[in-house]
Write a protein that binds this ligand. Structure first.
Ligand code: PLP
Length: 289
C-alpha cells in the first residue's frame, strides 16, 4: 500500500542524545588515573549482568515484550520448537498484556514457569505496572515457586505513583531479581553499563542462596563491566545519590553542582518522553479500524 514508506522498528533502537559532560569527564579522569601508581586499577567487583538459567527451564514473558528475552532463550536452546501456526515457541509462556487486561497478564490462566520476565515500564507498550498489579505478580511467583526477573530499564520514565523498582512491593525480596541499565536514562547504549540486584533472601527450593550461584557464574563468565565505563556511571549518579544521603555535609557549591547533574539527566529523559508523545499522537491520529 505504501511501497516507499520508511518503516521504523520500535522494538530495539538506540539513543540519540549526547552524554552529559559529567559522564565523559569522569571517564577521562579515570583513564588518566590508570597511568598513575595510585590511580591504576585492574579487576574490580566481577558481578555483572547474566541470568541464571539452565537448559530445561520454561520461561514466561509479557506479550508484547522486549524481543531479547525470547531471542536469548532461543539462542541458549531453551525455547524448544517454533510452532509456525501460532508464531510462538513451545517452551515459552506468552502472557498477553493488551489493553483489554490493563496491560497485565491474566495470571490464573498462566502456567507455572521457573523464571518470569517482567518489564515495567514495558517496552513496547510503555505501561508501568501499578502497585496492585505488582503485588499480584509477587504473590503469583510465591505460590508457584518462580523467580521474577524484573527489568526496570525504563524506571526513570515513570511519571505516576507506579513503582520504579519491584522491591517497592512487599514480599518481592524473596522472589525477585532486578536488572537495570544506564542506557535509557543516561544514554549508555554505546558506553555499556547496567546492574543486577540479587538479594540473599532468594533461595532455591533446597534452601541454597541463588546469589552464590549468580556470583560464581558472573565471576566465571563475565568478570564485570570495564572500570572506565563504571567511572562514567558513577559520575552520572554517585554525586546525586550522595547529595540525597548527606545533604547536611555538602556545601552550597556542591548542592548547585548536583542539581545541575540531575537537571541534565532529566532533560535527556524529557527529550525521549517528548519523542514518545509525538509517536503516540501520530499513531492515534491514524484511523485503521
Ligand atoms: C526493556 C529493555 N531492557 C533492557 C534493554 C537493554 O539495554 P542495554 O543492553 O543497553 O543495557 C533494553 C534496550 O532497548 C530494553 O528495551
Amino acid at each position: 500500500m505504501y511501497p516507499h514508506a520508511n518503516v521504523i522498528d520500535l522494538g530495539i533502537g538506540d539513543t540519540t542524545q549526547p552524554l552529559i559532560t559529567i559522564v565523559t569527564s569522569s571517564m577521562v579522569d579515570f583513564v588518566h588515573g590508570l597511568s598513575t601508581a595510585t590511580g591504576y586499577k585492574g579487576y574490580g567487583p566481577e558481578q555483572g549482568e547474566k541470568l541464571l538459567m539452565g537448559p530445561n527451564l520454561k520461561i514466561a514473558v509479557q506479550d508484547p515484550s522486549f524481543p531479547a528475552y525470547i531471542d536469548s532463550s532461543v539462542i541458549i536452546g531453551q525455547a524448544a520448537k517454533f510452532v509456525d501456526k501460532a508464531g510462538k515457541y513451545k517452551n515459552i509462556e506468552y502472557m498477553t498484556c493488551g489493553p483489554q487486561s490493563d496491560f497485565f497478564p491474566d495470571l490464573p490462566t498462566i502456567s507455572r514457569t521457573e523464571p518470569i520476565f517482567f518489564n515495567s515500564p514495558n517496552n513496547p507498550t510503555g505501561h508501568a505496572a501499578t502497585r496492585k498489579q505488582l503485588e499480584q505478580l509477587v504473590d503469583f511467583a510465591k505460590v508457584n515457586g518462580s523467580i521474577i526477573i524484573f527489568d526496570s530499564a525504563y524506571s526513570a520514565y515513570v511519571t505516576d505513583d507506579s513503582p520504579k523498582s519491584i522491591y517497592e512491593t512487599p514480599g518481592a525480596r524473596e522472589v525477585a531479581i532486578e536488572v537495570s541499565s544506564f542506557s535509557k536514562f543516561a544514554g549508555f547504549t554505546g558506553v555499556r553499563l547496567g546492574w543486577t540486584v540479587v538479594l540473599e533472601e532468594i533461595l532455591y527450593s533446597n534452601g541454597f542462596p541463588v546469589v552464590l550461584d549468580f556470583n560464581r557464574i558472573m565471576c566465571t563468565c563475565f568478570n564485570g563491566a570495564s572500570n572506565i565505563t563504571q567511572a562514567g556511571g558513577l559520575g552520572s549518579c554517585y554525586h546525586y545519590v550522595s547529595f540525597k544521603l548527606v545533604p547536611r555535609f555538602i556545601s552550597k557549591y556542591c548542592e548547585i553542582m548536583f542539581w545541575r547533574i540531575s537537571q541534565a539527566m532529566q532533560s535527556l529523559v524529557d527529550h525521549y518522553m517528548e519523542n514518545a508523545r509525538i509517536l503516540v499522537g501520530a499513531l492515534t491520529s491514524l484511523v485503521w479500524w
